[in-house]
Design a protein. Structure first.
Ligand SMILES: Nc1nc2c(ncn2[C@@H]2O[C@H](COP(=O)(O)OP(=O)(O)OP(=O)(O)O)[C@@H](O)[C@H]2O)c(=O)[nH]1
Ligand SMILES: [Mg+2]
Length: 339
């Protein structure tokens, strides 16, 4: 399940400031020496890896990033000011390529790692630097160097932060399509999803995260029933699971039993999967029979220590409340990881 987030950006470093041609002019000193200062260096465009970010979405617009120019040198040997660097934060794990050649320039692997994507131009030397014993009054100064510029291609292999688990047909793909821009196949039969789908959930003013919708699991999956557990490796690295339940098939479904049965399969695959936080939700609440059993079920789940969210992936009812809980849980997990 490789899901690659991509962005093309243009980076332009600051030009160096020009060196200055100037001569000292003081009263009673008729012919002062050269005092033209050097130009300042242009700022660099720097890419810096940041664990707080998880997607490249924010770089789709704007996509041009420039650093400041150095200012020109002045008389009285005044050196120009250096241009400020521009630091662009990108997610840890981003691969930086030259867009034209495809060449890998850098793989940003740890938090805080920096890469100079475009180096600022050097400042030009002022005429003071060109004075020699034989040439006392040089009229020459250099122009500042141009700052580098180029197009870069950023690639990020996404790892899911959240896994969406549940029996077949409970509405996992429908929910994924509601909360992200992913468009997985949705149909009224079990095992519609054959390989995991990933979607980026972009919440206003909150850190974005990635949700994986994995194929439906059934009892006996750990022994190979249904599609088996092969896809569970995709949720091994997630931080949190959304466990989706569905009773729309009728009284034959016992959600508490389903919940335990599925967790049993997770445990058989990898006991540590059960240590992940689970947000439990009853789906298809828009259907009247589901709605009428909702309160009763909520009580049953409370008894085993889980708040039961009531949602409809189809109409969107209750989805925001559940996703708020997901965001809160993720934020606390991230907070622990950083602190
Ligand atoms: N009424 C109602 N129907 C829903 C809701 N969510 C999903 N469905 C329907 O349930 C069926 C299964 O939905 P999917 O999203 O494909 O379910 P899934 O869990 O991804 O299924 P698999 O990939 O087969 O495991 C489809 O017919 C959906 O239209 C809901 O909130 N309300
Ligand atoms: Mg599906």
């Amino acid at each position: 399940m490789k899901f690659v987030d991509e962005a093309r950006i243009h980076v332009k470093a600051g030009d160096g400031g020009n060196g200055c041609v100037s001569f000292r002019r003081e009263r009673f000193i008729p012919r002062g020496g050269p005092d033209g200062g050097d130009g300042g260096k242009g700022g660099d465009v720097i890419l810096q890896a940041d664990v707080q970010l998880s997607t490249l979405l924010d770089l789709t617009y704007p996509k041009q990033f420039r650093a400041q120019k150095g200012t020109h040198g002045k008389g009285k040997n005044q050196t120009g000011r250096n241009g400020e660097d521009f630091v662009l934060r990108i997610p840890v794990g981003t691969l930086v390529r030259d867009d034209q050649t495809g060449e890998i320039l850098q793989d940003l692997l740890f938090d805080g790692q920096r890469f100079i994507a475009a180096a600022g131009g050097r400042g030009g030397r002022g005429n003071a630097k060109f004075a020699t014993p034989t040439l006392r009054a040089p009229r020459r100064a250099e122009k500042g160097e141009k700052g580098e510029e180029r197009w870069l291609r950023l690639e990020l292999k996404l790892l899911a932060d959240v896994g969406l688990i549940g029996f077949p047909n409970v509405g996992k793909s429908t929910l994924l399509s509601k909360i992200s821009s992913a468009r997985p196949k949705i149909a009224d039969y079990p095992f519609t999803t054959l390989v995991p789908n990933l979607g980026v959930v972009n919440r206003q003013e909150k850190r974005a995260f990635v949700v994986a919708d994995i194929p439906g699991l059934i009892e006996g999956a750990s022994k190979g029933a249904g599609l088996g557990l092969a896809f569970l490796r995709h949720v091994e690295r997630t931080r949190l699971l959304i466990h989706l339940l569905d009773i729309s098939e009728g009284p034959s479904r016992n959600p508490v039993k389903d919940f335990h049965a599925l967790n049993q399969e997770l445990k058989a695959y990898q006991p540590s999967l059960l240590e992940k936080i689970q947000i439990v939700a009853l789906n298809k609440i828009d259907l009247p029979p589901v709605r009428s059993s909702a309160l009763d079920l909520q009580e049953q789940f409370e008894k085993i220590g889980y708040p039961l969210y009531m949602i409809s992936g189809k109409t969107g009812e209750g989805v925001k409340e559940m996703m708020d809980a997901v965001s809160r849980a993720l934020e606390s997990i991230w907070g622990q990881a950083n602190g």
